[in-house]
Design a binder for this molecule. Structure first.
Ligand code: GUN
Length: 283
């Protein structure tokens, strides 16, 4: 049996036409055009590529996305001042600071400066807290996108064992909480986990966000598992790969997300959806 390929790209395209465009049209009829500011610091190649994808998708949804670019040497004070101005500007509905930022800028300080109602990345302590409490909020984009992909693949999270590999603040931890809020039983694994193989062997749903190329192989994946691969890496010989070795994993999984065309487009989709949601609430 070959696995179902969970195309985040197709899901995002479908939802763009059927959900986002009508919501933007309704806002425009009220005289509101959702506006997103992306703060991009320095010339990180991957960030530049992600930001382009965000701009393109925003344009297709009919919203305004502006990238405000700053040199590596920009001061933290300058970025904090820009965020303060954005918070006070009623024509702006969402702002994100593309990560990573240079070492002299504190991510914590920057994120705490963003008003939670405009925090369309869902990274501020307030929005993370709401997510933790299971209250409606602007949810972080990659975790939100992952849950939608799992559900779109026909999997009900209720009562399922979800194993998350990776404990970052932007993927591993929040996706574990979202899965828990859907009544899954959740295990979070990380670099100090003693027997990773034994944990993975229990998964109905496996979410891998470790940032190591093809770390998880097919022989580790339980038969019939739903696999979500969050990693994206350039291969030495060209092309892209994820944190999961796709060729072997596809033989064991019930359903698996590809790289590229899996989680990435859903992250972008959720960012634009959050911006529309923020505009609906703020207007
Ligand atoms: N860098 C990698 N992923 C993300 C993301 O989802 N949001 C932001 N702001 N930066 C990132």
């Amino acid at each position: 049996m070959t696995a179902l390929i969970i195309s985040g790209k197709d899901i995002a395209e479908n939802l763009l036409d059927n959900e986002l465009v009508p919501r933007v049209e309704a806002l425009k009829a009220k005289g509101v055009t959702p506006r997103l500011i992306v703060i991009l610091i320095g010339d990180h190649a991957a960030s530049a590529s992600y930001v382009r994808q965000k701009e393109k998708f925003a344009e297709r949804a009919g919203i305004v996305a502006e990238t405000w670019r700053y040199n590596d040497s920009v001061t933290e004070a300058k970025i904090l001042e820009e965020i303060k101005n954005i918070n006070e500007d009623a024509s702006i509905h969402g702002v994100i600071v593309q990560l990573p930022v240079p070492d002299h800028i504190s991510v914590e300080k920057i994120l705490r400066a963003i008003h939670p109602s405009k925090d369309v990345d869902g990274f501020t302590p307030e929005n993370v807290g709401q997510l933790f409490l299971g209250e409606p909020t602007l949810e972080c984009c990659t975790p939100k996108g992952i849950i939608r992909m799992i559900e779109a693949s026909g999997e009900d999270l209720n009562g399922k064992h979800v194993v998350v590999v990776g404990r970052s603040n932007i993927v591993g931890k929040p996706v574990a909480i979202l899965a828990l809020n859907k009544n899954a039983t959740v295990t979070i694994c990380h670099s100090r986990t003693k027997d990773l193989e034994a944990q993975i062997a229990q998964a109905d749903i496996l979410i891998v966000a470790v940032g190591r190329p093809e770390m998880i192989k097919g022989d580790q994946i339980p038969e019939g598992c739903t696999v979500i691969d969050v990693g994206i890496h350039r291969k030495e010989g060209g092309g892209l790969c994820g944190d999961v070795e796709f060729a072997s994993a596809v033989k064991k999984a019930r359903a698996i997300s590809p790289v590229p065309g899996g989680v990435g487009p859903m992250t972008v989709f959720c960012l634009i959806e959050n911006t529309i949601e923020a505009a609906e609430k703020l207007s």
